[in-house]
Design a protein. Structure first.
Length: 196
Protein backbone atom coordinates (compact mmCIF):
# COMPACT_ATOMS: atom_id res chain seq x y z
CA UNK A 1 0.00 0.00 0.00
CA UNK A 2 1.16 3.53 -0.73
CA UNK A 3 0.00 6.75 0.87
CA UNK A 4 -1.02 9.48 -1.54
CA UNK A 5 -0.29 13.13 -0.52
CA UNK A 6 -4.04 13.53 0.12
CA UNK A 7 -3.79 10.91 2.89
CA UNK A 8 -5.59 8.23 0.89
CA UNK A 9 -3.93 4.84 0.88
CA UNK A 10 -3.81 3.15 -2.50
CA UNK A 11 -2.32 -0.18 -3.50
CA UNK A 12 0.67 -0.13 -5.82
CA UNK A 13 1.28 -2.71 -8.54
CA UNK A 14 4.49 -3.10 -10.49
CA UNK A 15 4.76 -4.26 -14.09
CA UNK A 16 8.04 -4.88 -15.89
CA UNK A 17 8.88 -6.68 -19.10
CA UNK A 18 11.41 -6.18 -21.87
CA UNK A 19 9.98 -3.89 -24.52
CA UNK A 20 10.91 -1.14 -26.93
CA UNK A 21 11.67 2.34 -25.58
CA UNK A 22 9.38 4.97 -27.05
CA UNK A 23 10.63 8.27 -28.52
CA UNK A 24 8.68 10.52 -26.13
CA UNK A 25 10.26 9.41 -22.83
CA UNK A 26 11.40 12.96 -22.04
CA UNK A 27 7.71 13.89 -21.54
CA UNK A 28 7.29 11.28 -18.80
CA UNK A 29 7.99 12.82 -15.41
CA UNK A 30 7.69 9.76 -13.22
CA UNK A 31 6.74 6.10 -13.19
CA UNK A 32 3.69 6.34 -10.93
CA UNK A 33 0.19 6.91 -12.24
CA UNK A 34 -3.17 7.31 -10.55
CA UNK A 35 -5.58 5.06 -12.45
CA UNK A 36 -9.31 5.59 -12.67
CA UNK A 37 -12.30 4.20 -14.52
CA UNK A 38 -14.31 6.15 -17.04
CA UNK A 39 -16.97 4.51 -19.17
CA UNK A 40 -15.59 1.01 -18.40
CA UNK A 41 -12.09 1.96 -19.57
CA UNK A 42 -8.99 2.53 -17.41
CA UNK A 43 -7.22 5.88 -17.67
CA UNK A 44 -4.38 7.45 -15.69
CA UNK A 45 -2.84 10.77 -14.67
CA UNK A 46 0.81 11.14 -13.68
CA UNK A 47 0.86 11.09 -9.87
CA UNK A 48 2.90 14.31 -9.74
CA UNK A 49 -0.02 16.21 -11.30
CA UNK A 50 -2.58 14.84 -8.82
CA UNK A 51 -3.10 17.00 -5.75
CA UNK A 52 -5.94 15.13 -4.04
CA UNK A 53 -8.98 12.93 -4.52
CA UNK A 54 -12.42 14.04 -3.31
CA UNK A 55 -15.75 12.31 -3.04
CA UNK A 56 -18.21 13.79 -5.51
CA UNK A 57 -20.26 16.33 -3.58
CA UNK A 58 -21.87 19.72 -4.06
CA UNK A 59 -21.03 21.14 -7.48
CA UNK A 60 -22.39 24.58 -8.40
CA UNK A 61 -23.62 24.74 -12.00
CA UNK A 62 -22.07 27.48 -14.12
CA UNK A 63 -24.10 29.27 -16.83
CA UNK A 64 -22.65 29.84 -20.31
CA UNK A 65 -19.94 27.20 -19.97
CA UNK A 66 -19.03 24.37 -22.35
CA UNK A 67 -21.17 21.27 -21.68
CA UNK A 68 -18.21 19.34 -20.25
CA UNK A 69 -17.80 21.83 -17.39
CA UNK A 70 -19.85 20.14 -14.66
CA UNK A 71 -19.63 23.25 -12.48
CA UNK A 72 -17.39 24.54 -9.70
CA UNK A 73 -16.53 23.47 -6.18
CA UNK A 74 -15.29 25.46 -3.22
CA UNK A 75 -11.94 23.89 -2.33
CA UNK A 76 -10.77 25.54 0.90
CA UNK A 77 -11.94 28.97 -0.28
CA UNK A 78 -10.81 28.62 -3.89
CA UNK A 79 -13.18 28.26 -6.84
CA UNK A 80 -12.16 25.13 -8.78
CA UNK A 81 -13.78 24.17 -12.10
CA UNK A 82 -14.91 20.55 -12.38
CA UNK A 83 -14.64 18.88 -15.78
CA UNK A 84 -16.93 15.99 -16.64
CA UNK A 85 -14.28 13.89 -18.39
CA UNK A 86 -16.82 11.61 -20.10
CA UNK A 87 -18.51 14.60 -21.73
CA UNK A 88 -15.12 16.10 -22.61
CA UNK A 89 -14.31 12.89 -24.48
CA UNK A 90 -17.80 12.71 -26.06
CA UNK A 91 -18.49 9.46 -24.19
CA UNK A 92 -21.78 8.58 -22.50
CA UNK A 93 -21.75 9.99 -18.96
CA UNK A 94 -22.30 7.47 -16.17
CA UNK A 95 -24.70 8.01 -13.29
CA UNK A 96 -23.21 9.61 -10.18
CA UNK A 97 -22.65 6.87 -7.58
CA UNK A 98 -20.90 6.49 -4.22
CA UNK A 99 -17.71 5.69 -6.14
CA UNK A 100 -17.80 8.85 -8.29
CA UNK A 101 -14.79 11.03 -7.47
CA UNK A 102 -13.28 14.37 -8.34
CA UNK A 103 -9.54 14.13 -8.96
CA UNK A 104 -7.86 17.48 -8.31
CA UNK A 105 -5.04 18.01 -10.80
CA UNK A 106 -2.67 20.86 -11.50
CA UNK A 107 -2.00 21.84 -15.12
CA UNK A 108 0.39 24.43 -16.49
CA UNK A 109 -0.65 26.48 -19.53
CA UNK A 110 1.32 29.45 -20.85
CA UNK A 111 3.44 29.49 -17.66
CA UNK A 112 0.30 29.74 -15.54
CA UNK A 113 -0.77 27.02 -13.12
CA UNK A 114 -4.46 26.08 -13.02
CA UNK A 115 -6.08 23.71 -10.52
CA UNK A 116 -8.92 21.65 -12.01
CA UNK A 117 -11.28 19.01 -10.71
CA UNK A 118 -11.81 16.04 -13.00
CA UNK A 119 -14.98 13.98 -12.47
CA UNK A 120 -14.39 10.23 -12.94
CA UNK A 121 -16.52 7.12 -12.39
CA UNK A 122 -14.15 5.69 -9.75
CA UNK A 123 -10.52 5.82 -8.67
CA UNK A 124 -8.66 2.51 -8.92
CA UNK A 125 -5.07 2.50 -7.66
CA UNK A 126 -1.58 3.89 -8.10
CA UNK A 127 0.37 1.87 -10.66
CA UNK A 128 4.07 1.90 -11.27
CA UNK A 129 4.65 1.74 -15.03
CA UNK A 130 8.23 1.90 -16.25
CA UNK A 131 8.96 4.22 -19.22
CA UNK A 132 9.93 1.25 -21.41
CA UNK A 133 6.41 -0.15 -20.91
CA UNK A 134 4.74 2.97 -22.33
CA UNK A 135 3.88 3.22 -26.02
CA UNK A 136 3.01 6.29 -28.06
CA UNK A 137 -0.68 7.10 -28.54
CA UNK A 138 -2.25 5.26 -31.48
CA UNK A 139 -2.74 7.30 -34.64
CA UNK A 140 -6.27 5.89 -35.03
CA UNK A 141 -8.83 3.65 -33.38
CA UNK A 142 -8.90 5.34 -29.96
CA UNK A 143 -12.31 6.12 -28.41
CA UNK A 144 -11.08 9.61 -27.50
CA UNK A 145 -9.16 12.35 -29.31
CA UNK A 146 -5.53 11.20 -29.45
CA UNK A 147 -4.39 14.75 -28.58
CA UNK A 148 -5.52 13.97 -25.03
CA UNK A 149 -3.34 10.84 -24.80
CA UNK A 150 0.26 11.04 -23.59
CA UNK A 151 0.86 7.33 -23.98
CA UNK A 152 -0.43 3.79 -23.52
CA UNK A 153 0.93 2.03 -20.43
CA UNK A 154 1.24 -1.74 -20.69
CA UNK A 155 -0.35 -3.45 -17.69
CA UNK A 156 -0.20 -7.27 -17.97
CA UNK A 157 -2.32 -8.06 -21.04
CA UNK A 158 -4.06 -4.69 -21.16
CA UNK A 159 -3.21 -1.04 -21.72
CA UNK A 160 -3.86 1.94 -19.44
CA UNK A 161 -4.52 5.19 -21.30
CA UNK A 162 -2.19 7.81 -19.80
CA UNK A 163 -3.70 11.26 -20.29
CA UNK A 164 -1.90 14.52 -21.02
CA UNK A 165 -3.43 16.67 -18.28
CA UNK A 166 -2.59 19.96 -20.00
CA UNK A 167 -4.50 18.89 -23.13
CA UNK A 168 -7.74 17.90 -21.37
CA UNK A 169 -8.58 21.63 -21.42
CA UNK A 170 -6.99 23.84 -24.04
CA UNK A 171 -5.38 27.15 -23.08
CA UNK A 172 -8.25 29.12 -24.67
CA UNK A 173 -10.84 27.12 -22.74
CA UNK A 174 -8.93 27.65 -19.49
CA UNK A 175 -8.98 31.39 -20.14
CA UNK A 176 -12.72 31.32 -20.86
CA UNK A 177 -13.44 29.38 -17.67
CA UNK A 178 -11.23 31.66 -15.58
CA UNK A 179 -12.85 34.80 -16.99
CA UNK A 180 -16.37 33.62 -16.14
CA UNK A 181 -15.26 32.64 -12.62
CA UNK A 182 -13.64 36.01 -12.05
CA UNK A 183 -16.73 37.87 -13.26
CA UNK A 184 -19.57 35.81 -11.80
CA UNK A 185 -18.39 33.70 -8.89
CA UNK A 186 -16.67 36.07 -6.51
CA UNK A 187 -20.06 36.74 -4.85
CA UNK A 188 -20.96 33.03 -4.60
CA UNK A 189 -17.57 32.27 -3.05
CA UNK A 190 -18.00 35.11 -0.55
CA UNK A 191 -21.44 33.73 0.44
CA UNK A 192 -20.07 30.18 0.86
CA UNK A 193 -17.25 31.47 3.06
CA UNK A 194 -19.81 33.18 5.32
CA UNK A 195 -21.72 29.89 5.64
CA UNK A 196 -18.60 27.95 6.79
Amino acid sequence: MKEHPSGNTLSVSTYTEDSTVTPFLDQLEDCQYLTFMLNHEMYAFGILKVKEILEYGKVTTVPMMPNFIQGVINLRGEVVPVINLAQRFNLPAAEVTKRTCVVIVEVVAKDKTQVLGVMVDSVSEVLEIQPQDIRAAPAFGARINTDFILGMGKQKDNFVIILAEDKVLSVDQLSQVEQVFDNEFSDILADERKDE
